[in-house]
Design a protein. Structure first.
Length: 97
């Protein structure tokens, strides 16, 4: 992905847009046949590593199952990644002589 999607707020806007696109299947159910695998692929491209792969499986199942399309999977993954996840945080220790 290019540098536009490395900014977490740009990624949030994209995630909200992709979740909104998933709502198309409420009006046009056959859209799920295309959207379920595409959403899984996009999830792996937006969120790298093991977390992205797990989120892709969840996204695929959520989009493929009827009546689960209202779950904002991309936005929830953004929240998990940037708000709730306990990533590696550096600790600085200052020593005074």
């Amino acid at each position: 992905m290019n540098s536009f999607f490395k900014n977490k707020y740009n990624k949030l806007l994209l995630s909200i847009g992709l979740d909104a696109l998933g709502y198309v299947s409420i009006v046009f159910p056959p859209f799920d046949f295309v959207w379920a695998p595409l959403s899984a692929y996009l999830m792996t491209r937006l969120y790298k590593g093991k977390k992205g792969k797990i989120a892709a499986v969840i996204s695929f199942v959520e989009e493929a199952m009827p009546m689960l399309d209202v779950i904002p999977t991309f936005t929830l993954m953004w929240l998990y990644t940037y708000v709730f996840s306990k990533g590696k945080k550096s600790i600085t220790v200052e020593v005074n002589d």
